[in-house]
Write a protein that binds this ligand. Structure first.
Ligand SMILES: *Cc1c(COP(=O)(O)O)cnc(C)c1O
Length: 368
């Protein structure tokens, strides 16, 4: 019995420590997790109201076609129903794209740093991975075009980019699509779409008929606050969706996730409140970082990638001891940065105090 050779060289995704474990270890009453870009304000109250009043019929398989949610999204996004594919989180759509379009002999292009699952899945499928470094956190789109050759099958654009937060400006995206060969699949991952400035980001969905090699990914895990239920989706030309549907598991999203996503989708007010609060808190956190002279990357999301005076591992441990879990940049090859999810007003005030003290200790030479 032999597995794919490459699996011996790879490691499973490393989830952050569970908060209970950290609390016990450090004797803390409370721990604030700012490591996975979850919505600190929860999710639409309509979801809890519904779930507490209705039987879930968990003995019945879910709707494998995700009909109700599909219809609602097709209306909202003004695309046809057969232009949508749902996944057990966008993670699964990424995996499905890999399974359908990546195989030994082709290559795939992505930024670095970017969302790690693109590379992870590509390696498992046996495709060659070509990474093009970002410039000040922004995708180097001309560099990505130059890296393409006749074996390039898929290119991954993450906008806004996780972990830098930077958006691909609208005109740059159109320019890229014009120059990109039409037989290269372009994946535009918009997991943070709701947070980004609508005037600056591409109206990619309007171009799905023009660019038949484009798939846009979105999720209910971030602004919608439903990360625990695992549901995300892709929007593309029918031909792409047909291929992906062959690969997709028959009942890959649960009935609870489908229902919750449908209810969450109808609650515009929750999304509006979340993004306006995020915007205000992020702005004041940015002002604080400027005041202590720490650099951060342009972010159109609910997180900031911050350059730190200590190694990311030391920053991580210090903050963990003080009740905060952040994402160390080491994990994506940026050793002197941490990625911080924007939390609630009070949690961010608390974090600022801790960072202020840490910075003073560093300046006084008490921490190195
Ligand atoms: C969080 C995230 C995803 C995955 O979201 P799920 O729907 O929870 O699987 C995909 N892409 C990016 C860039 C993300 O940050």
């Amino acid at each position: 019995m032999t597995s794919k050779q490459i699996l011996k060289e790879m490691t499973p995704y490393q989830p952050g420590k569970q908060t209970e474990e950290v609390k016990r270890e450090y004797g803390l009453n409370r721990i604030v997790k700012l490591a996975s870009n979850e919505n600190p304000f929860g999710y639409s109250g309509k979801v809890d109201d519904y779930l507490s009043e209705h039987s879930l019929s968990l003995n019945i398989y879910p709707d494998g076609y995700t009909s109700e949610l599909r219809m609602a999204l097709s209306n909202k996004l003004k695309v046809s129903e057969d232009q949508l594919i749902f996944g057990n989180g966008t993670d699964e759509v990424v995996q499905t794209i890999g399974r359908a379009y990546l195989y030994p002999g082709v290559n795939t292009i992505m930024a670095t740093p970017t969302f790690p699952q693109y590379k992870h899945n590509a390696l498992i499928e046996g495709a060659e991975v070509k990474e093009v470094p970002t410039i000040n956190g922004y995708h180097n789109l001309s560099g990505m075009l130059e890296t393409m050759d006749d074996r390039t099958n898929v290119v991954w654009l993450c906008s806004p980019n996780n972990p830098t937060g930077s958006l691909i400006p609208r005109d740059d995206f159109y320019d890229f699509m014009e120059k990109c060969p039409s037989d290269v699949l372009v994946v535009l991952d918009e997991a943070y779409f709701e947070y980004a400035d609508g005037h600056k980001q591409p109206n990619a969905l309007q171009y799905l008929n023009q660019y038949k090699n484009l798939i846009v990914l979105r999720t209910f895990s971030k602004a919608y606050g439903l990360a625990g239920l695992r549901i995300g989706y892709g929007i593309a030309n029918q031909d792409i969706i047909q291929r992906l549907d062959v690969v997709r598991g028959p009942f890959n999203t649960s009935s609870v996730a489908q229902k919750a996503a449908l209810l969450a989708l109808e609650d515009d007010k929750f999304i509006y409140d979340s993004i306006t609060r995020n915007h205000t808190i992020k702005h004041s956190f940015e002002k604080f970082l400027n005041s202590i002279d720490w650099h951060f990357y342009d972010s159109q999301t609910n997180f900031l990638l911050v350059s730190t005076p200590l190694s990311s591992e030391k920053m991580f441990l210090y903050l963990q001891e003080h009740g905060f879990i952040v994402r160390p940049g080491e994990s994506f090859g940026f050793p002197e940065t941490i990625r911080i999810t924007i939390g609630t007003e009070s949690d961010m005030q608390e974090l600022q105090k801790i960072l202020y003290q840490l910075n003073q200790k560093v300046n006084e030479g008490l921490l190195t």
